[in-house]
Ligand binder design. Structure first.
Ligand code: AMP
Length: 209
C-alpha cells in the first residue's frame, strides 16, 4: 500500500516543495506547507502573521506553539497529507505524533553549494504562489508567471546571508534528532535530491511504496 501520511525533510532548496506539490496531486491528499501558510498569515496581517513575521525575516524558526496550532487545524481531519516544512525540530516531530501517525518521512539530501545556487535562482509568483527556478524550471517567458502573466518575485529570505542562516540555524542543528526519531520508527527513507525534478520525483514515488 502506498503511504499517504507523509513528511518531507530536507534543507531549503532541496526541492521538497516542488516534489510536495506533485506527490500530493498523485496521492490525492493536501499539500501542507508551513512556510506557505505562514506567508499567507503575514500577508493577511493576522495576529499569528504579525507574531511570525519578525522570526521569518531573520531566518529563524517561528515558535513551536504558534506553528503547532496551525498545523493541527490542517491535518486533524485530513485522510492523508504531504507535509512540507514541518517538523523542523524534534519537539515538532513529537507534537505531530500526538495528532497523527506518520507513515513515511522522506529525507532529501543535497550539498550546500547546490542549495545556494538553487535558492538564488528561485522565483515565485506573488499571485498564485507557483515556484519557478530560472535555471532548472524556468517560466516560458522571462520572469513572468505562466498562469497569471505577472512578474515573478524573489522571496525576501532568499538572499545569500539569510540562506546561510536558514541552513545553519534551522537545518544543520535540528535535522539529526528528527532523522533519528523517524529512523527508530522505521519510516525514514533517504532520497538523493541532487538530480533533476523528474528523477527525484520517481525516487520519491518508489520510497512511498
Ligand atoms: P519555508 O518556506 O519552509 O522555507 O519557511 C519560511 C520560513 O517560515 C522559515 O524560515 C521559518 O521562519 C518559518 N517556518 C516555516 N515552517 C516552520 C516550522 N515548522 N517551524 C517554525 N518556523 C517555520
Amino acid at each position: 500500500m502506498t503511504a499517504r501520511r507523509i513528511v518531507l525533510l530536507g534543507p531549503p532548496g532541496s526541492g521538497k516543495g516542488t516534489q510536495a506539490v506533485r506527490l500530493a496531486a498523485w496521492l490525492g491528499v493536501p499539500h501542507i506547507s508551513t512556510g506557505d501558510l505562514l506567508r499567507s498569515e503575514v500577508q493577511n496581517r493576522t495576529e499569528l502573521g504579525l507574531q511570525a513575521q519578525r522570526f521569518m525575516d531573520r531566518g529563524e524558526l517561528v515558535p513551536d506553539a504558534l506553528v503547532a496550532e496551525m498545523i493541527r487545524k490542517h491535518i486533524e481531519r485530513a485522510p492523508g497529507f504531504v507535509l512540507d516544512g514541518f517538523p523542523r525540530n524534534l519537539r515538532q516531530a513529537e507534537i505531530l505524533e500526538t495528532v497523527t501517525v506518520v507513515e513515511r518521512a522522506l529525507h532529501f539530501q543535497i550539498g550546500r553549494n547546490e542549495i545556494v545556487r538553487r535558492l538564488s535562482a528561485r522565483r515565485v509568483c506573488p499571485q498564485c504562489g507557483h515556484v519557478y527556478n530560472l535555471i532548472s524550471n524556468p517560466p516560458q517567458r522571462d520572469s513572468v508567471c505562466d498562469e497569471c502573466h505577472i512578474a515573478l518575485v524573489q522571496r525576501s529570505d532568499d538572499t545569500p546571508e539569510v540562506i546561510q542562516r536558514r541552513i545553519e540555524v534551522q537545518y544543520a542543528r535540528e535535522i539529526e534528532p528528527i532523522l533519528d526519531f523517524y529512523r527508530k520508527r522505521n519510516v525514514l527513507r533517504e532520497i538523493d535530491a541532487s538530480g533533476d525534478i523528474d528523477s527525484v520525483y520517481r525516487a520519491a514515488q518508489r520510497a512511498l511504496e
